[in-house]
Every structure is written in structure tokens, then in C-alpha cells.
Write a protein that binds this ligand. Structure first.
Ligand code: ADP
Ligand code: AMP
Length: 219
């Protein structure tokens, strides 16, 4: 199963992709994670992306398409992948089509997580993750079961993203509506689009995603 999770920053794509990957043996491909790793490693891509990510703008199509192309050629994605945060522009969507054609792969579905804008700032500014294994949390909506201890790996180190602040969020939302929201129409025309209510609690969103994927798998 190869799918895209689409939605604005804070919609819950990473949260759902992480769990879905575990439940279904798929690989989560988050361009945001890959870019943050490049920034941390100080690579050429990282140096180019850093300033753009800090302001909440979009990194160039050329860079992200190259990153995804390299990743899709690795053997661990053979069983299926979940794209989280990619594509974000029409050029990236077209680039992905070309790439998948070349690899003889296809997209099974695109799921839009539908959320009200008013919850996004709250979700983003309360987000944190385990510094060791990357498991995602929220100050209010998804606390670790034992305060200060990661549910997944037991680590007591957590981190917050530098771009998860109210100023950057505004720019990221504008980038979403300007560049990424048109992809909803693109994938609707492609007859691959499904919508899921992303306002529901995390477990209910996960159940709704499973329902869609079971339907798609049975087609
Ligand atoms: P995205 O990857 O789309 O930017 P995340 O998955 O990182 O968004 O979610 C943003 C924050 O909102 C995280 O802290 C997460 O724990 C929380 N969150 C995700 N889904 C929900 C939900 N359905 N209800 C409440 N909070 C959620
Ligand atoms: P995310 O982790 O998906 O919230 O992405 C964090 C930041 O990385 C974004 O605000 C962008 O600056 C950059 N980024 C991630 N994915 C892409 C993409 N597909 N295209 C352009 N920029 C991206």
C-alpha cells in the first residue's frame, strides 16, 4: 500500500503516519524529518534548507524531489510507504508521478485529514517529541502515560521544533493554502482522494484511516 497523507501543518499527519506505519508494516517518509536530519548533519542540503525552514517557507522543489527520489529507491520501501509532508506543490506532485512511473510503482490513495484552522496553532505550539526515538506527543492531547518518560522507548529526553512557534506557524499556514491546498483538487481529479475527519480524537482518526485503507485494499 502506497499512500499520501495530506493536510495543513498540525493536522496530525505525522502522528497518524507513525502509527499506521507500525500497524501495517509501511515506511513513513516525512520530508520534514529528512530535512531536519540534513540540517542537524550540516550537509549542503541542510545548509540550504535551514533558513527557509526557520521562516516557515518551502524548500525548493528540486531539493525535496531529489530527497524523495533517493529514498524511494531504497529496498525498505518495497512493502509500501506513507508520504507525510510531501508533495507540497503541484510541481512536486507531478515530480512524484514521474518518479513512480519510472519505478513501476503506483499510488493507492491520498487521504486528506480535514481540520478546522483554529485548532492548528494550538496543536503545533503544544507539540513535542522524544529526542531518542522521535515518538510524537502533545502537552494536552497526547501526553506520555508517565510524565517525562517516553511511552515507546523509556527515554526522558524530549525536544521541541524550532519552527513550532506562533510567528512561523502563520507563514507555514500561508504556504499550505497557497501551494499545497490545490493538491486536493489534483488528487480528486486523479480519483484517489479520500477525506477523514482530523478533528476527532487521535484513536478515532486512526480507526477512520484504517477503514479507508481496508476499503481501498479490497478494491
Ligand atoms: P502534522 O504532522 O500534520 O504537522 P502532527 O501529527 O505532528 O501534525 O500533530 C500536531 C500535534 O497535534 C502533535 O503534538 C499531536 O500530538 C497533536 N495531534 C495530532 N492529532 C491530533 C488529534 N486528532 N487531536 C488532538 N491532537 C492531535
Ligand atoms: P514538516 O515537518 O512537514 O512540518 O516540515 C517542516 C518544514 O520543512 C516546512 O515548513 C518546510 O520548510 C520544509 N519542508 C518539508 N517538506 C517539504 C516539502 N515537501 N516541500 C518544501 N518544503 C518542505
Amino acid at each position: 500500500m502506497n499512500l499520501i497523507l495530506l493536510g495543513p501543518p498540525g493536522a496530525g499527519k505525522g502522528t497518524q503516519a507513525q502509527e499506521l506505519a507500525r500497524r501495517r508494516g509501511l515506511v513513513q517518509l516525512s520530508t520534514g524529518e529528512m530535512l531536519r536530519a540534513a540540517v542537524k548533519a550540516g550537509t549542503e542540503v541542510g545548509r540550504e534548507a535551514k533558513a527557509i525552514m526557520e521562516t516557515g517557507g518551502l524548500v525548493s522543489d528540486e531539493i525535496v524531489i531529489r530527497i524523495i527520489a533517493d529514498r524511494l529507491m531504497q529496498p525498505d520501501v518495497a512493502n509500501g510507504f506513507i508520504l507525510d509532508g510531501f508533495p507540497r506543490t503541484l510541481a512536486q506532485a507531478v515530480g512524484l508521478d514521474t518518479l513512480l512511473d519510472r519505478l513501476g510503482r503506483k499510488l493507492d490513495c491520498v487521504i486528506e485529514l480535514k481540520v478546522d484552522d483554529k485548532v492548528l496553532v494550538d496543536r503545533i505550539t503544544g507539540r513535542f517529541s522524544c529526542a531518542k526515538c522521535g515518538a510524537g506527543y502533545h502537552d494536552i492531547y497526547q501526553k506520555p502515560k508517565k510524565e517525562g518518560v517516553c511511552d515507546s522507548c523509556g527515554s526522558t529526553e524530549f525536544s521541541r521544533r524550532a519552527d513550532d512557534n506562533p510567528e512561523t506557524v502563520r507563514n507555514r499556514l500561508m504556504a499550505y493554502y497557497r501551494e499545497t491546498a490545490p493538491l486536493i483538487g489534483y488528487y480528486f481529479a486523479y480519483r484517489k482522494l479520500h477525506g477523514v475527519d482530523g478533528m476527532a480524537p487521535i484513536g478515532e482518526v486512526a480507526a477512520a484511516l484504517d477503514k479507508v485503507l481496508n476499503t481501498v485494499a479490497g478494491q
